[in-house]
Design a protein around this ligand. Structure first.
Ligand SMILES: [Zn+2]
Ligand SMILES: [Zn+2]
Ligand SMILES: [Zn+2]
Length: 382
């Protein structure tokens, strides 16, 4: 068959460098001229998407089926012959027109040959040239050869229908590699984008298919390109997870900071400022981090190894207290222990440590962009 071979393997591979980020739109409006004029489109459920009146379609289909006064024979690989009318198929496909001009004659008939596609697929294709109609089942059965034929013989409407049908359900992990290569050869950018996306997303399943193995043999560069895309997507996913986890930690730290201020200012359950009397029937605390922090403070108060760098729990408490001091807006009114001491120590710290803490403080404050509590400084937000 002529058209498909025009594209060499090189163009197939070249087309794959750098897929676009978004699927290109389907070319042109979907409605044919008669549909736009508002003609009836109902009453044709078996005929798929078609918008001509049934009488006209019946007439054209009868003309094709009966081959009345046909003047073209289309010979197929299977030894079959499809009869057609030169004037109709020439009007429907410019490539057919060109082929007919150069075709041989055999008696009354002009002879065309189409190779590489089954007889049935060619019949469905030529029928479409007559009536722009198809049976849904035929399209499902022959969507791949019909895509190739419609591209090769420049029948954009049918090509568009094939692309749509593949996109809307006929594409699966088994056939996606073949369709992907076909889409590149047939210059169907939207379809190739969708296939590419499907391959990358379902790589585990797709890479075990026969289609993948065949492509590996025939187009190793294409396979390499796809592998690289899968790897890049994998890395993006890992990065997303890493950022999510990081954010979670900063959020926990932020909540711990809030709870620390709350415990030292208002008291909570069993711990609090010495000048406050505890009521037994207190409402439940709204700070989720309180419970864990309360245990930590209790430990800190009683730990025998209470030195910086000592027990890990104490070390954590020191870090929380220092972090608080970095975020604290006003140490003069603050009731968190050592807040002022840390503030004084910070002044003597070297530049490297200062930067490290500054970055941490900024990240913590950024996790809560809305409603930053008034007791934290906003100096790090910039
Ligand atoms: Zn509390
Ligand atoms: Zn300890
Ligand atoms: Zn403070």
């Amino acid at each position: 068959m002529g058209g498909i071979n025009k594209n060499s393997d090189d163009s197939l591979i070249n087309a794959q460098t750098g897929p676009p980020a978004v699927a290109p739109p389907l070319p042109g409006p979907l409605l044919t001229r008669c549909a736009r004029k508002g003609l009836q489109t109902k009453g044709l459920p078996q005929r798929g998407d078609c918008c001509i009146s049934t009488t006209a379609i019946d007439l054209w289909e009868r003309l094709f089926d009966q081959g009345y006064k046909a003047d073209v024979q289309i010979h197929t690989d299977g030894g079959g012959v499809v009869y057609a009318h030169a004037c109709i198929i020439s009007m429907a496909s410019p490539v057919m027109k060109g082929m007919l001009k150069k075709s041989k004659r055999k008696g009354h008939y002009q002879i065309l040959s189409i190779h590489g596609v089954s007889d049935d697929a060619i019949r469905v294709f030529v029928r479409f040239l007559y009536s722009s109609c198809y049976q849904n089942q035929d399209l499902a059965d022959f969507v791949v050869p019909l895509l190739v034929l419609s591209h090769s013989f420049v029948v954009p409407r049918l090509k568009q229908i094939c692309e749509q049908q593949l996109e809307q359900g006929l594409l699966n992990t088994e056939n996606v590699v073949d369709i992907f290569q076909l889409a590149l050869l047939c210059d169907a950018p939207r379809l190739s984008f969708i296939c590419h996306h499907m391959i990358v997303k379902n790589f585990k399943d797709v890479s075990t298919t026969e289609g993948w193995a065949a492509m590996k043999q025939s187009h190793p560069l294409l396979e390499k390109g796809l592998q690289e895309c899968v790897l890049a997507e994998d890395n993006r996913k890992k990065e997303r997870i890493r950022r999510k986890n990081e954010r979670k930690i900063y959020l926990q730290l932020y909540e711990a900071m809030e709870a620390l201020v709350h415990i030292c200012r208002d008291g909570c359950r069993t711990i609090g400022p010495h000048d406050k009397v505890f009521k037994k029937d207190q409402p439940p605390c709204s700070f989720e981090a309180c419970k864990g922090l309360e245990l930590l403070i209790r430990h800190f108060a009683g730990c025998k190894l209470r030195v910086p760098g000592g027990c890990i729990h104490c070390k954590r408490m020191w870090q929380l207290l220092e972090l608080h001091s970095r975020l604290c807006a006003d140490s003069d009114v603050c009731r968190v222990p050592l807040c002022r001491n840390f503030k004084d120590r910070i002044k003597k710290q070297n530049k490297k440590d200062k930067t490290k803490w500054r970055m941490l403080a900024r990240k913590i404050l950024r996790t809560k962009t809305i409603g930053v509590a008034p007791f934290f400084t906003s100096a790090y937000e910039r």
